[in-house]
Write a protein that binds this ligand. Sequence first.
Ligand code: CUA
Length: 367
Amino acid sequence: MSQRSRNDPVVTLDRNFWVVTAGFAVLSIVGVIFWIKFPITQYLPAAVVEADEIDQLFRFLAASSTVLFIYVVGYLIYFSIAFRRRASDPPDAIGVQVHDNHNLELWWTIGPAIFVIVMAVFSVRIWYGIEVNNPGNGLTVESIGHQWNYTFRYPGVHGEIPDAMHLPVDVPVTLEVTSTDVIHSFWVPAMRLKADMVPGAINTLRFTPKYPGTYAIICTEFCGVNHSVMDKQTVVIQRRADFDKWYSGWVAKTKNVSDALPKVGAVAILLTGGNAAAGQKVFAATCSACHAVGPFAQRIVGPGLKGVLHDPAHPTLVDGDSASTDNVAKILRNGYAGSMGQMPNQTTNRLSDKDIANLVAYLDSLK
Ligand code: CUA
């Protein structure tokens, strides 16, 4: 039964069409063989066992993209030449219009749907094998993202190790990542694994180191002005004996270190010597986008700050602490999040300790 509507013209594909189609098939076979043979690890070492499967997925995706590219772009070029407007055509000529070809529509729906399902099954199986079915009885390590470096925590080592993440070969690792400030990410191209480091959440990667070596860790989440330098630290995969030596060194070195995470703003800022005139400049450059030099009720984003230290109607600050210079400095240092909204901390606002001392002197001078 013909699917063509009665009004559609008969379109025939001539011999040239089948010749180029055969040509695309040959190119596609070459492309697929290229990706099957491509020596990925010559360009990017595979440091962990799991990298092999992810490389297989990459080969599959690269090969199918290549075939799609050859056919889509190939026909685009062929048709634009074969069905170009001839000099003999009238100026308002339009090409052959085909409507409601059910066969065509059926197959261009079924084909991509099958392809997407195959892709989904392939990648979910690999993900499941790595993240769910992987043995978790080896070493558990934590990495914490900071602006702008990574630190590492090991069982038995107190506090955070600030330099490199050392791992022994052939021991399954469960890596748990999080962040203390903004969203970072933990990406090791040589491991083919990546996880976002999100404040308040823990993401997990499971893998087994295979080849000793030193591999870069890269942050791929824009995390502030020094995001671009978060690629200096490394994962060091070592033979068991070398790892044990490194590990026991840190156990000894940190014997008396506290396990508590360092508190932001734990160090007081020296406020004496703050300069009100310099503070006024910092205020104009940094604070005035959100704060007016007016009464408390004059809100821009945050409250007006005139008299923040000398307003009998507001004896406490927005965080409930009494209105003292030290407590104002504390908010400038740590930022604020609460019923009045949010203010970024010292790092995000790019304030030096001296800026804070000057700002406090300036705010203190507003009566
Ligand atoms: Cu941390 Cu980008």
